[in-house]
Ligand binder design. Structure first.
Ligand code: FES
Ligand code: FES
Length: 165
């Protein structure tokens, strides 16, 4: 360990990870640059867009605002954790696809992870509740209607089996 690096141990998408990180490295950059998990997107880098949303110990967080060292000892889930072993889409991803809840896709991992957190905890949500829950995620392509439709149908149809938290 160098003077400026710290050793962290955490679980990422079910895998034990031990790594050295600079104290200033944020979780988004750690996931992307050191673990090659490029599905977590970085937009604003200041907590405003939600593109970098991941789950940290079951809570949706903006990984650009969390230092990697703060995730030491934690469980992190990224968008890569959702698809099946053969690359088949998760039911939430299928709904985004079905309802045209994405265009360029830059915001999509953040929306899907926010949705995963939301629907893991709450059921039978109204459109208004969904719009409020995703208000911290910005999409500049879709106009949001497809995203809301995707989440509404996912809420009705997703069998919430084997949740990881
Ligand atoms: S990149 Fe983290 S909130 Fe925008
Ligand atoms: S699909 Fe392009 S920013 Fe949301």
């Amino acid at each position: 360990m160098s003077a400026t690096n710290l050793t962290i141990e955490l679980r990422v998408n079910g895998r034990e990870v031990r790594a050295e990180v600079e104290a200033r490295t944020n979780l988004a950059d750690f996931l992307r640059d050191q673990l090659a998990l490029k599905g977590t997107h970085v937009g604003c880098e200041q907590g405003a867009c939600g593109a970098c949303t991941v789950l940290l110990d079951g809570r949706a967080v903006r990984s650009c605002l969390v230092l990697a060292v703060q995730a030491d000892g934690s469980e992190v889930l990224t968008i890569e954790s959702l698809a099946g072993p053969n690359g088949n889409l998760h039911p939430l991803q299928e709904q985004f696809h079905k309802h045209f809840g994405l265009q360029c896709g830059f915001c999509t991992p953040g929306f899907v992870m926010t949705t995963f957190w939301l629907l893991s905890r709450f059921k039978d949500l109204t459109e208004r509740e969904i719009r409020e829950a995703i208000s911290g995620n910005i999409c500049r392509c879709t106009g949001y209607d497809g995203i809301v439709d995707a989440i509404l149908e996912a809420d009705r149809t997703w069998q919430r089996d084997n949740l990881p938290f």
